[in-house]
Write a protein that binds this ligand. Structure first.
Ligand code: COA
Length: 369
């Protein structure tokens, strides 16, 4: 049969739409959120950058406080969702429970009309507020602990840490979580964001879009890489094992988790911040081993393959020394990325056309029964 060539396997270099939300410059190693370089925003609070995405501008102090209160008023999750988390968290991986728990929220939230931006933003606020509570509850049940109700007097990152650990975090811990959340909030048309926009393009609803996005983020080639990085470091065991381990892995043509990127040809600008955080947390926790191992692996990957670390590489050792179990790293990524996903759903609806690529059929034709 006549076959047309595939234009772009994996949609490499294909531009499928406009966005004002974020720009990823792979040559310069630059990430921009609505005009602001990520380096400018790295010290901002969750609420400040969330406001930037959802309302289009950087908030004044009053606007930031107002958003903090609006989110806090929506932190609480229904009892039925808590019950589901208690059941599911002990039998399946946390990203699967997170996906289903977020999907369940459609039982309790009014479906936003797609032509009503206020209603869409209300659903976005509900999802952003509640995914933190869901993720924290999953983490606790996995450790055999009871979920902790949110504290509505706390800002987003502080409350998230409080619900995870059951104690009020020190300011330095909240600050680290704020920075990590900001760095993970959005990243152009990555696989999960594209998934959310593709679901939206058929005029489905926001909860369906972000549920599908969580499913996409779960994979180890995307958000699941941060968990895979920590498991890899644990398997390697020590700095002295890195070189032989890497040589064997590369010989076996294995993908090294936390390295490589479709768009960045230079260092991922988020990795620079996370590397600093990983170093600081290693020193703080008197557990420098994971940072030292990471740095050595980074150097060797550059020497042997010329491939840079990505966002997921240093977030692994940072979260580990902060006390999170590896399987929770991807849910934490999802908590931050919910801001980007919901903003993209709203943007997609403003200038929508159904996403419908073509397939190159390579099977037989003319068969008869
Ligand atoms: N380890 C080893 N080699 C890697 C690599 C990695 N992490 N990432 C890319 N490469 C190599 C590939 O083997 C390939 O080499 P080849 O041309 O000799 O076959 C080349 O670099 C291109 O890789 P490819 O998988 O085609 O790039 P992609 O753009 O399709 O994939 C990723 C991008 C991110 C999926 C890929 O780099 C990867 O799997 N990384 C590990 C998972 C990860 O960290 N994901 C999080 C991304 S933020």
């Amino acid at each position: 049969m006549e076959s047309t060539s595939i234009v772009a396997k994996g949609l490499d270099d294909v531009i499928v739409g406009d966005t004002v939300l974020s720009s990823v410059n792979g040559e310069k190693g630059e990430l921009i959120y609505r005009g602001y370089n990520i380096d400018e925003l790295a010290d901002c609070s969750f609420e400040q950058v969330c406001h930037l995405f959802l309302y289009g501008d950087f908030p004044s102090g009053d606007q930031e406080r107002a958003l903090r209160e609006r989110l806090a008023a929506r932190y609480m999750i229904p009892k039925e969702v808590v019950d589901f988390i208690c059941f599911a968290s002990i039998i399946e991986p946390p990203m699967a429970t997170l996906r289903t728990a977020v999907s369940m929220l459609s039982c309790f939230l009014k479906e936003a009309r797609l032509d009503n931006e206020e209603e869409l933003r209300e659903t976005a606020l509900q999802l952003i507020a509640k995914i933190g509570t869901i993720a924290a509850a999953i983490g606790r049940v996995r450790k055999g602990q009871l979920p902790i109700a949110p504290n509505v007097s706390f800002g987003y990152s502080k409350n998230f840490l409080y619900m995870c650990n059951g104690e009020v975090p020190e300011d330095i811990v909240t600050k680290t979580m704020d920075t990590s959340m900001v760095l993970h909030m959005d990243h152009g048309f990555n696989a999960s964001t594209f998934t959310a926009r593709a679901v939206t393009s058929s005029l489905s609803d926001m909860i369906s879009a972000v549920t599908a996005a969580i499913g996409s983020l779960k994979g180890p080639l995307h958000g699941g890489a941060n968990t895979a990085v920590m498991k890899m470091l644990m398997e390697i065991g020590g700095v002295e094992n890195i070189e032989p381990w890497l040589e064997k892995a590369l010989k076996e043509k294995k993908k090294i988790m936390g390295f490589g990127h479709r768009v960045y040809k230079v260092l991922d600008p988020r990795a620079k911040h996370l590397k600093r955080m990983s170093k600081e947390w290693g020193e703080r926790a008197h557990e420098k081993k994971w940072f030292q191992m990471s740095e050595k692996l980074e150097d060797l990957m550059m020497e042997k393959k010329g491939i840079n670390a990505n966002v997921d590489f240093y977030s692994a050792s940072t979260y580990y020394t902060m006390g999170f179990e590896p399987d929770m790293y991807t849910p934490i990524f999802a908590v931050a990325r919910m801001v980007g996903w919901t903003a993209h759903v709203i943007e997609q609806l403003k200038d929508n056309r159904i996403m419908r690529p073509e397939a190159n059929y390579v099977g037989p034709i003319g068969k008869k029964l």
